[in-house]
Design a protein around this ligand. Structure first.
Ligand code: ZN
Ligand code: CU
Length: 484
């Protein structure tokens, strides 16, 4: 029998962190049929890979792509980087399932700046639409606690009542049964800040039964970060489920350098429970515009503004000058809006990226008018800038952090490795030239050095262009998927 595809004479990085090796890769029926010396094997199509390195398709461990999957299914910001699977619904924010009013509630407006996207009555309805109108790449979806609060509570400034908690718990159960891989929270944001630890534990009760993960944009990432890590770990222990700390960072000048302390704390916790973390490779963060970030940031760039779209891409100090007001007053005048905040320390970013268990997640915001460059640049930046140029870690380790490691942490069976039997999600990249080109002035420039990207054996990106193929799947929770 002929294979569908043979990648010949390749130097393979297989996603397990093993050193690269020479092999051919055969693909049949959307799976990897064999990896090894296969010179004489017949195939419908050949790729001569003496230059580019085949690796497992990258898994973006932290995204807000819930809506882009439907509104822009080519997913160019991600496939152009070699990403073949995105984890959606992070930071407590998922599209399913909340009523339309969610779009007026920051930070949920990050997913819907035009109105009409919060229209899924159930998580199953969202998964069904995604399966019926597939995107170019795969999605594994989290359900957001803030979204659920918005769906069942009329006043978000307080803890949920027992009745509201029960309703959210039921919705989590519905989501997990429909295929969600876990729950995310965003207690750092106003609409979930009043939720006590006990509310989160009760809402997430079904996670253990379904083998889901608890993922969190923690309550605090600056002065009280160690208390937040403790809270996260306590929730994981109470529920007996793995926890994942999103976009780990130490924000604000007084906290620079504290990653020494936080990583030691995380390492200690890992001895007794499952803890994961992800990180984006930049010293600037990005989210909705918030006055409380003024004192923590050395520079703020506006990414979008509903009343003042002309300020997209403009520094806040310039906005304040043009409006003739203080920066704090400018924030109030141009809200709702989004911003990039320079508030991290390069040494911390490198220390966190280099930590053995750290996954790579872009945290890109696809609907911002002038987005943070992480949306288009994260993965090539880790490969080209941090691994190759700065030698922060080997290329094998860099690939592992974006493939085998997230597949393991999120329970994505048969992904993240180039081995016989695995799904044929494959990215070929040029180790010498791969690099991000998006920066804070040209924020949507596509990366260089990503040669070919395949999802389930179908090519979705080649020679700098999308092919139009839409082989993406909704990846189910592996324990749910295993049920008869
Ligand atoms: Zn977040
Ligand atoms: Cu996020």
């Amino acid at each position: 029998m002929n294979h569908d595809l043979l990648i010949r004479n390749a130097t393979v990085i297989d996603g397990t962190r093993a050193p690269r090796f020479c092999a051919d890769i055969a693909v049949s029926d959307a799976r990897i049929a064999a990896v090894g010396p296969l010179e004489s094997a017949p195939a419908e199509r050949d790729i001569e890979a003496t230059g580019p390195i085949p690796a497992p398709g990258f898994i973006d461990a932290h995204t807000h792509d819930d809506r882009m999957l439907l509104s822009d299914p080519a997913m160019a910001p991600k496939v152009s980087q070699g990403v073949t699977t995105v984890i959606t619904g992070n930071c407590g924010i998922s599209l399913a399932c909340s009523p339309a009013k969610a779009a007026q509630t920051p930070p949920l407006d990050l997913l819907d700046n035009e109105g009409g996207w919060f229209r899924f009555p159930t998580f199953a309805a969202y998964c069904e639409e995604l399966a019926a109108k597939p995107a170019a790449l795969n999605a594994a979806c989290l359900v957001g606690h803030t979204t659920l609060r918005c769906a069942v509570m009329d006043d978000l400034s307080r803890a949920a009542t027992p009745a509201e908690t029960a309703k959210m718990r039921e919705r989590v159960r519905e989501a997990l049964a429909a295929g969600a891989i876990g729950v995310s929270t965003g207690t750092a944001y106003v609409p979930a800040a009043a939720a006590p630890t006990a509310e989160i534990i009760e809402v997430c009760r079904a996670l253990g039964e379904f083998g889901g993960v608890y993922v969190t944009h923690m309550r605090n990432e600056d002065a009280h970060i160690t208390a937040s890590i403790d809270e996260t770990c306590a929730i994981g222990r109470a529920l007996k489920v793995p926890v994942i700390i999103s976009h780990h960072k130490c924000a604000g000048v007084p906290n620079h350098g504290r990653s020494v302390e936080t990583l030691a704390q995380i390492e200690q916790a890992m001895r007794g429970q499952h803890v994961g973390l992800d990180c984006y490779p930049y010293v600037a963060s990005s989210t909705v515009l918030r006055a409380d970030r003024l004192s923590q940031s050395t520079r703020i760039i506006i990414t979008w503004s509903k009343p003042h779209p002309e300020f997209s891409g403009v520094d806040l100090d310039e906005v304040a000058r043009r409006l003739g007001v203080s920066q704090a007053q400018a924030v109030e005048q141009i809200k709702p809006a989004g911003a990039i905040y320079f508030m991290l320390d390069e040494t911390d970013v490198q220390r966190i990226l280099a930590f053995d268990e750290t996954m790579i997640g872009s945290d890109g915001l696809p609907h911002d008018a002038v987005p943070h460059p992480r949306l288009w640049g994260t993965f090539p930046r880790v490969l080209g800038h941090y691994a190759r140029d700065l030698k922060l870690f080997s290329l094998e380790t860099a690939v592992y952090k974006m493939t085998g490691l997230p597949a393991k942490k999120f329970g994505l069976t048969g992904r993240g490795v180039l081995q016989a039997g695995a799904h044929a999600d494959i990215t070929l990249f040029d180790a010498e030239t791969v690099i991000d080109t998006a920066d804070f002035t040209r924020s949507t420039a596509p990366a260089k050095g990503i040669h070919t990207v395949m999802v389930g054996g179908e090519t979705v990106w080649v020679d700098g262009r999308a092919t139009g193929a839409r082989p993406g799947r909704v990846l189910l929770n592996e324990r749910v998927a295993k049920r008869p």
